[in-house]
Write a protein that binds this ligand. Structure first.
Ligand code: FES
Length: 212
């Protein structure tokens, strides 16, 4: 995996409210690697979305809510990625605690910018702030704070007058002061269009202060 490959880059995944409840998950794919971020008992963690038993994809949906459990033989994994629920373990797998740890899911990187969640395949590398640049990182964090409420039916055409634009990683960020923030994240390289996402956020109040 070359150091400049997509697997070494951060990609915007979702806003943290999508992972706020127990077992909520959001998936994506970077190159050939499926990724999942999931809330497991209050911890939001990211892994390769691939079972370590026979390498099945664990969560096939782009997002949802449910245990981190492989659909094939039913192994379920905890927030450390360790398989903790193995149906028929005494007869079929016979894995003790050490054996289970060896079959922990491969971790992925997860970082936040304000209320926005980013993931990366590589476990090590530059921080999200280093990769985005401190100015863009601060700007994006301030925007996410200025528009905390999720919206759905707001008219949002960033090509009309009054909208401002910023491109950060795979994110097209557009906002109209006092009106709305639109986040459009392109699917990472190798991912299908179903991993392209658009979300609208609204200011806390109609006269909320906007970041400079
Ligand atoms: S392939 Fe996942 S539990 Fe067997």
């Amino acid at each position: 995996m070359p150091a400049d490959s997509p697997e070494h880059r951060w990609f915007h995944l979702c806003a943290e409210d999508e992972l706020a409840t127990a077992n909520a998950f959001v998936t994506t794919r970077v190159g050939a690697v499926p990724l999942v971020a999931q809330n497991l008992k209050g911890r939001v963690v990211a892994f390769r979305n691939v079972c370590t038993h026979r390498f099945a994809v664990i969560h096939g949906e782009a997002s949802g809510c449910g245990p981190l459990r492989c659909p094939y033989h039913g192994w379920s994994f905890d927030a450390d990625g360790v398989p903790v629920g193995l149906p028929f373990n005494p007869t079929d797998f016979q894995l003790d605690a050490e054996g289970r740890k060896r079959l922990a899911l491969h971790p992925a990187s997860l970082a936040r910018c304000g209320r926005l969640v980013f993931v990366r395949v590589a476990a090590d590398g530059p921080s999200l702030e280093e990769e985005l640049g401190s100015d863009a990182f601060a700007r994006l964090a301030a925007l996410s704070a200025a528009f905390p409420r999720r919206g759905g039916a707001v008219e949002a055409d960033p090509d009309t007058e009054g909208w401002e634009r910023l491109t950060v990683a795979n994110l097209d960020v557009a906002w109209r002061p006092g009106h709305a923030l639109r986040l459009h994240s392109a699917a990472p390289p190798g991912a299908g269009e179903r991993f392209t996402r658009t979300a609208i956020f609204l200011p806390a109040t109609a006269d909320a202060e906007l970041p400079a």
